[in-house]
Design a protein around this ligand. Structure first.
Ligand code: CUA
Length: 343
């Protein structure tokens, strides 16, 4: 628990290296501060529901308060007198039956319309597509239009109300049920094994949006963090291009690459163009050092944390599915140096 909190503080104080992307951290996980179309629609409906509830509360509370004061016991003389006994009143029966029915029908209609708008949106052809696959305890992220694969940090383009550029998401799970929720962008959507859920976002501000897995999926559920990185379409295109480049193995880190393969890291992790690194159980590492965090947001992707992760992943993320590989400190050093070339 202590660590999770420390990781959160890390996020908030994180000062990123100079990069073209907007590094504003949008850590407000609050549905009342929406910055994307589906989240805005949900926000408007929630305001309406709360306004209706507030009016009902005031009417009921007001009548109750009035009755308590108006008909309170004023003295001993009140005890002898029985108040008038009233049996049945068509007017009152109608008053407490018809308005509630109308209110419920109105809320049903508004909710149904909102669900329709969110579930069957009109998507422009330019809409981006992302496939997100939940794993214990990280996110696989695929861009089918561009043949790009990454993990945990989901890059999407900025949209605008006049020139829409939404991102459609297909949500799946590789193991158990997970939940995808970035409150400022969208409503909560589940990732269910053997099923495809869809969701979309249309962010109106650049920055790094934080979210969490929302379904208890195991020991490290709380550290299955989401980062959605929203950038202008130009910066986003640059990022896509960078992901399509295959990092060239530098000769001085050949030893690290060998150790990576020799210690079976490639059984779980894929690295483009590296023989023996074709695994699918762990995150794709082709551009690992281009990511700001490691372990699905559990720590910053700096040398200190990466070293700790390589020595024993169970220290930073107890219960995560990557075992302690019992690497010697020389092996850790050379693998770390190799991973740093994967940008
Ligand atoms: Cu995945 Cu909780």
């Amino acid at each position: 628990m202590g660590f999770t909190f420390a990781a959160l503080l890390g996020f908030l104080s994180w000062a990123p290296v100079a990069r073209a992307q907007d590094s504003t951290i949008r850590a407000i996980q609050n549905i009342f501060d929406p910055l994307s179309a589906p989240a805005e629609t949900l926000y408007q409906v929630s305001l309406l529901v709360m306004a209706v509830c507030a009016v009902i509360f005031l009417v009921v509370g007001g009548l109750l308060t009035y009755a308590i004061i108006r008909y309170r016991r004023r003295g001993p003389e009140d005890d002898h007198e029985e108040p008038p006994q009233v049996y049945g009143s068509a007017a009152i029966e109608l008053a407490w039956t018809v308005p509630p029915i109308l209110i419920v029908v109105m809320l049903v209609l508004v909710t149904a319309r909102t669900i329709g708008e969110i579930q069957h949106p009109k998507m422009p052809d330019a809409a981006e597509q992302v496939r997100i696959i939940g794993h214990r305890y990280w996110w696989e992220v695929r861009y089918p239009k561009h043949d790009v694969v990454t993990a945990n940090e989901i890059h999407v383009p900025l949209s605008s109300r006049t020139n829409r550029l939404p991102t459609q998401m297909v949500l799946e799970s590789a193991d158990v049920i997970h939940g995808f929720w970035v409150p400022q962008l969208n409503g909560k959507t589940m990732l269910v094994p053997n099923y495809r859920n869809t969701m979309w976002i249309e962010p109106y501000a650049t920055g790094i949006y934080l979210g969490n897995c929302t379904v208890l999926c195991g020991q490290q559920h709380a550290n299955m963090l989401i980062r959605v990185i929203v950038d202008t379409p130009e910066v986003y295109q640059k990022w896509l291009e960078s992901q399509k480049q295959v990092p060239v193995a530098e000769p001085q880190v050949a030893e690290g690459q060998q150790q990576f393969i020799a210690n079976s890291c490639g059984t779980c992790h894929h690295i483009e163009n590296v023989r023996g690194a074709t695994g699918v159980f762990g995150p794709d590492l082709t551009h690992f050092s281009g990511r700001a965090t490691l372990g699905s947001g559990v720590a910053l992707n700096d040398d200190q944390h990466l070293r700790s992760w390589l020595v024993n992943p169970q220290d930073l993320k107890p219960g995560c599915l990557m075992p302690n590989m019992q690497l010697s400190s020389n092996q850790v050093d050379s693998i770390l140096a190799y991973l740093r070339t994967l940008k």
